[in-house]
Design a protein around this ligand. Structure first.
Ligand code: 4AD
Ligand code: MG
Length: 458
């Protein structure tokens, strides 16, 4: 269908002003008064609606009455006019109703609660809120590719079905084609008869394969879906989320921290530049002061603290935490948020965590207790990045795996990397939905995904 995007009309209105244009879209709202009727048309390319003005004296009611329905899909022709209030508006010429919309359409009102909208995920992209969220999601994704491309990284696609467990947290979904009533006597018989002849899972991280790619390609990143059977029913955890995992050779923890900070700032600058309408909308409707916050992030130096220092700060805070703080404990969201929101008041890298609460692959520090790992915490959310330098000493790596009860024979390829031309290398994982939440002010991860998957909800 030959037509012009509404975004294009607002961007280059002077080019179209005074001439006949064709636009398509859905009716967001309409108003009818004695002499004029107005339709607010949105086609998804722009957060702004195009207003269609119908002069009732000159246009017979028959020709537009079916178009006055919230949710209806229209093709409208008319002359583009310069308007003081809206920038541009369309003087109605004719309409073709592509898809009518009856009165039981659930999005009749202008404002609905997010809880209600979660019950109609198939329709919520038609609201301004979700149009803005998905515009920013798309822009962030593009900014991520741009950053890596500009810095000589290769984009690699790591498998979604895997036999390994990268994080060792036992949160993996099983992939099987065995029938539900399969008659197997033992677990190994069950897996031996399965599609791959062994246990298969949905990946929790592309890191292990990413390291393999990086030790040939130098600098790589993955960007894909990641799955975790997390039972924690929080506003920050999804069972299916998207993760970006760069892996960088010839880089230690300090180097990768520098990269992570530059990366986050480049994403935010990009969104500020390319999504001004969306950011203005979120600033007004979702998080007051959002734009100032984002500008502050790109111009500040992120803070750094060791885990051991962080524990001291938390203990001295005088705060009553639900989870008590002791050296060796995992930091909970309440601790992370106190540190980044109240104490440092900016994005914060916590480094050198106890080895026992972190994954097997992290480089062991000389103190024998901690690892060269860091989490990036941000106000309002907590952890958005998990990062580490990788252990390259084969003996130490094997020892860490044995300590965790991992079957070494399942990781021979990974261990080979340490045998053949090993190099210092580091990487991190950024949760796409977490950075979307940070950049938009969206409070619930369910509102950063098109079809959120969480425990008990598919
Ligand atoms: O800290 P995580 O578990 O780190 C890894 O997976 C490493 N393999 C990354 C690496 O070094 N290559 O996860 C990384 C990030 C978290 O900081 C968080 O932003 C996000 O992934 N994340 C989740 N996001 C949404 N829902 C969940 N259930 C998430 N689990 C982790
Ligand atoms: Mg983590």
């Amino acid at each position: 269908m030959k037509h012009t995007d509404i975004k294009q009309i607002f961007a280059e209105g002077e080019k179209y002003a005074g001439s006949l244009v064709t636009v398509c879209g859905w009716v967001r709202t309409w108003r009818d008064s004695k002499s004029v009727a107005f339709i607010e048309l949105n086609d998804g390319t722009s957060l702004k609606n195009l207003q269609i003005v119908i002069e009732k004296q000159t246009v017979p009611a028959e020709s537009y009455k079916d178009a006055l329905a919230v949710g209806a899909a229209l093709l409208v022709k008319g002359v583009l006019l310069v308007s003081e209030r809206n920038g541009y508006e369309l003087s109605f010429g004719s309409v073709e109703v592509l898809g009518g919309c009856p009165a039981d359409y659930p999005l009749q009102k202008k404002h609905h609660t997010l809880e209600f909208l979660r019950t109609i995920p198939h329709l919520r992209p038609r609201t301004k809120y979700f149009e803005a969220v998905f515009a920013v999601r798309s822009a962030i994704s593009f900014a991520i590719h741009k950053y890596f491309r500009n810095n000589n990284y290769k984009y690699v696609h790591t498998p979604i079905i895997t036999g390994s467990d990268c994080e060792g947290a036992g949160e993996m979904f099983r992939v099987t084609t065995n029938p539900w009533a399969g008659d197997f006597k033992t677990e190994s018989e069950y897996y031996a008869n399965d599609f791959f002849g062994k246990r298969a899972n949905l990946t929790v991280s592309g890191q292990l394969e990413g390291e393999m790619a990086a030790t040939g390609l130098g600098k790589i990143y993955t960007f894909g879906p990641t799955f975790r059977a997390e039972h924690s029913n929080t506003t920050r955890h999804a069972a299916e989320f998207w993760q970006i995992e760069p892996e960088v050779c010839f880089a230690d923890l300090d180097d990768i921290i520098g990269i992570a900070e530059e990366f986050i700032k480049s994403i935010i600058s990009d969104v500020l530049e390319n999504c001004p309408d969306e950011i203005a909308y979120f600033d007004e409707r979702v998080e007051k002061g959002l734009k100032d916050k984002l500008n502050g992030v790109i111009s500040c130096d992120f803070a750094r603290v060791t885990y051991t220092e962080a524990i001291e700060i938390l203990k001295k805070s005088g705060k009553e935490f639900k989870y008590p703080v002791e050296w060796g404990c995992d930091l909970q969201t309440e601790h992370e948020r106190y540190l980044t929101e109240e104490y440092f008041k900016k994005p914060l890298f916590v480094t050198d965590y106890p080895a026992d609460i972190k994954a097997f692959y992290m480089k062991q520090n000389a103190d024998g207790k901690t690892v060269a790992a860091t989490d990036l915490l941000v106000p309002g959310i907590g952890e958005i990045i998990g990062c580490s330098e990788r252990e390259t000493d084969l003996a130490k790596l094997e020892e860490a795996m044995k300590k965790r009860g991992m079957p070494l024979e399942a990781y021979t390829q990974y261990l080979d990397l340490r045998k053949y031309g090993t190099v210092p290398h580091s990487g991190f994982g950024l949760g796409l939905e977490r950075i979307i939440m940070y950049v938009t002010g969206v409070q619930n991860i369910r509102d950063a995904l098109l079809f959120p998957r969480t425990v008990g909800s598919l």
